[in-house]
Design a protein around this ligand. Structure first.
Ligand SMILES: O=C(O)[C@H](CS(=O)(=O)O)OP(=O)(O)O
Ligand SMILES: [Mg+2]
Length: 257
């Protein structure tokens, strides 16, 4: 895995002037359909399962993830780049190499590979804010790194895109609210946020086998707080929206959870 790093000064959006310890941030939580204007900084949250899967793809060595607009676009990219790894939610399908499951992906070697991901909520949410100056994609597995990047970037105004269930998915809202609190530097007990996610409809559907293309460990893997040390930054690399891991340096003297 090649992880971009730095004091985040090389990223667009916010001030980029370095560390800060502000405890105030203008935060909004919106569903995809509620995005009336392009936010400056967007954190797109999909706990179950798109961005847990994306983080696992990077942990398994993927170089980048192309967020596809449609199943047809994913298949067209595969036709042009047969070595790219196509991934979709739902059941396995012709033309796709794998499914949107962290439990299944964690044993796949993706060293140096480009992944193409298309899901119902997560990838749609990221593409809805593709014009934003800074787009982060997140779940609990990258929560602290995401919050730290927001702190480092002194992002005074942040829009959290709650991708699931028209903005009402409890697992995504809980994760967004947790990251928002941590982004202010406030000590935050994650227990209640994780409990809400663990008792969400998405968690129940995954546990009951309602959602296809799943592994028995998917819910547990989606609830692994700070499993990975990197944030995930999506940016337009015309004409594609590309997600990459981003190593965020630790800030000295900050409050932990
Ligand atoms: O794969 C998932 O869990 C969902 C698919 S659905 O909501 O069950 O249709 O996709 P995601 O975009 O990861 O929420
Ligand atoms: Mg989801």
């Amino acid at each position: 895995m090649r992880v971009l790093s730095g004091p985040a000064a090389d990223l667009p959006g916010c001030s980029g002037s370095g560390m800060c310890d502000h405890d105030w941030m203008d935060v909004r939580f919106l569903g995809i359909a509620e995005l009336a204007e392009t936010p400056s900084t967007a954190v797109v949250v999909d706990v179950m399962r798109a961005f847990t899967v994306a983080a696992w793809a990077f942990a398994r060595g993927a170089e980048k993830i192309v967020l596809a607009e449609s199943l047809d676009e994913a298949l067209a990219l595969k036709a042009r780049h047969p070595d790219w790894v196509t991934l979709k939610d739902g059941p396995p399908a012709a033309g796709f190499d794998t499914v949107n499951s962290p439990g299944l992906l964690r044993s796949v070697d993706l060293a140096g590979r480009t992944v193409v991901q298309k899901t119902t909520a997560g990838t749609v949410g990221a593409l809805a804010v593709k014009e934003a100056s800074l787009v982060l994609c997140a779940g609990f597995v990258v929560a602290e790194a995401t919050a730290r990047l927001l702190r480092t970037r002194e992002c005074g105004s942040v829009t959290f895109v709650v991708t699931g269930d028209d903005g009402r998915a409890e697992e995504d809202l809980a994760c967004a609210q947790y990251i928002a609190q941590r982004a202010t530097g406030a000590r935050t007990d994650p227990t209640e946020f994780l409990r809400r996610a663990g008792t969400s409809r998405a968690a129940a559907e995954l546990a009951q086998g309602v959602r296809q293309g799943a592994h028995a460990d998917d819910v547990a893997l989606c609830l692994e707080l700070d499993r990975f040390p990197f944030a995930m930054v999506a940016a337009l690399e015309e004409p594609l929206m590309v997600l990459r891991p981003y190593a965020v340096p630790s800030l000295t003297g900050e409050a932990s959870t």
